[in-house]
Design a protein around this ligand. Sequence first.
Ligand SMILES: [Zn+2]
Length: 86
Amino acid sequence: MERIPCPHCGPRPLAEFSYGGEVVPRPDPEPADDATWGAYLYVRSNPKGPQSERWVHIHGCRRWFTLTRDTATHRILDTPLRKEEA
Ligand SMILES: [Zn+2]
């Protein structure tokens, strides 16, 4: 069974988590045009290799965190705490 290392609870079964998607930096709202917002909302890089992702421990502590996962091997490379969670 695949396990996800929650930075708050430790390693837990994948079934306890929900995937939140790739980390995409939010554009500055003032100078951003429709194309920039469209890209922010709908375009993803879908890399083969390391990718920063948001996950939530939905059946545990219910907290969001960011981890880096290799999309080719599904190996989790790290789970840094976000600044507001640290
Ligand atoms: Zn947790």
